[in-house]
Structures are given as C-alpha cells and as structure tokens.
Design a binder for this molecule. Structure first.
Ligand SMILES: Nc1ncnc2c1ncn2[C@@H]1O[C@H](COP(=O)(O)OP(=O)(O)O)[C@@H](O)[C@H]1O
Ligand SMILES: [Mg+2]
Length: 205
C-alpha cells in the first residue's frame, strides 16, 4: 500500500468551545462554504472549489468519540483507498467542561446515489457494497473477514491483490473499533471516489 504524507492532527484548548463560533471562523477563512449533509453527530460543509469538505461535530471527551477513533486510525492508513483522504484534523478541547468540537478537513466524495445508487456500479464494487450493507454486528464482520480470506485463496489470481489487501485492512480496522464502539453501516456512510471506489466515511457510533 502506498505511503502518503502525514496528516496534521492538532489538539487545541480553547476557552469557550462552541461549534457555532468555530464554524463562523471557518466561514471567514473559506468564503462560500455550503452545508452538504448532516447526520446525528455532525454537519459537513463543502468549499466553493468543490474539492474539500469540513466535517464539524461536537463531542464530550474526544478520547471516547467513535468517529474520532476512526479518524485516528485512517490517518495512519492514508494509502488505503477505502478510507477518506484526510488533510487536517483539529480538535478543540475545553478541559474544564469536557466539551469538545472537531473539524476534519477531507476530500469531497460523492453520494452513492449519484450513479443511481449501487446498481450502476461495476460488479466488484457492487458486491463489496452489498457485503458492507449486510454488516450489523461484529460476527457479520468476522464472517466477511473470513469470506475475504477465502476469496483470496479461491480467486487470488483473478482479483487484484491490492483490492483484497486493502479491503482486508479496512475490515481489520473496523473489527478493532468494535471493541469500544458499535457499527453504523448504512448507505449514507459509504460514499464514492470517482465512479467506482467505495469509501467508508463514518462506520462506527
Ligand atoms: N467527504 C464527504 N464529501 C461529501 N459529503 C460528505 C462527506 N462526508 C460526509 N458527507 C455528507 O454528510 C452527511 C453526514 O456525514 P457523516 O460523516 O455520515 O456524519 P454523521 O456522523 O453526522 O452521521 C453524509 O450523509 C454525506 O451526505
Ligand atoms: Mg453518518
């Protein structure tokens, strides 16, 4: 897997940690930010150029936050195409209130339904997508992991080794995360890079 530039992860203390103020600071720096989507825990804003997004979320102690645990793993494995390419992570921490806000700057991805959901994806991506959508427990993840091993043995010559290795690395990281967090696999948390590459944006809660 290719090595890439280290991602800047900064933890800063701030007197008053307020998501609204952090967003308005960001808006001053990046004119024309537009909200692209929201989930239960965060909002995602896109820049005018259309290449970058900022995901802003509030959490209690960031050490226990599921999404930040995922981000800390993916910044170490930026060569893996299943992970979003992250440019910068800022965590604003208010030690007294145990309130914190994070801003993750990353590549802009496309929703899966850009191409009529998964039915227009190439077969390999579609199979992977269906397998991912079937996961709702750690044992499903173990099964997928085992199947992937089997897949490698049976089809090793026919499939790209890189795909198998990176997919396996991704499932291993998800497996590790399930020690402390729940899985949250649904089609809003899987996006596309280009026309075929599935990217797991937000798999745990
Ligand atoms: N990298 C991205 N590029 C474009 N849109 C994104 C990106 N990441 C997330 N989104 C959009 O924002 C929504 C919420 O983001 P998500 O990471 O799932 O946050 P939450 O933790 O709130 O569920 C997603 O459903 C998606 O539409
Ligand atoms: Mg989500």
């Amino acid at each position: 897997m290719s090595k890439s530039k280290a991602v800047l992860v900064r933890t800063m203390t701030r007197k008053d940690v307020c998501r609204h103020d952090i967003l308005s600071d960001l808006r001053k720096k990046h004119k024309g930010l537009r909200r692209l989507g929201s989930g239960a825990f965060a909002d995602v804003y896109g820049t005018k150029s259309g290449r970058t997004v900022f995901k802003i979320g509030a959490t209690g102690n960031p050490i226990y936050d599921a999404y930040l645990s995922y981000v800390k793993q993916i910044v170490k494995h930026q060569g893996n195409p299943f992970f979003p390419r992250v440019k910068k992570v800022d965590i604003y921490y208010d030690r007294e209130d145990h309130e914190s806000v994070y801003v993750v700057e990353m590549e802009r991805l496309k929703p899966l339904d850009t191409y009529g959901r998964s039915n227009k994806l190439p077969i390999a991506s579609r199979l992977l997508f269906n397998a991912l959508m079937d996961i709702d427990s750690e044992s499903d993840l173990n099964t997928l992991h085992e199947n992937m091993k089997l897949f490698t043995t049976v089809f090793a010559r026919g499939v790209k080794k890189q795909l198998v290795q990176t997919f396996r690395q991704m499932t291993e990281i998800l497996q590790d995360l399930t020690d402390s967090h729940g899985l949250d696999m649904h089609d809003g948390n899987v996006m596309l890079r280009g026309k075929t590459q599935l990217v797991i944006t937000d798999p745990v809660c």
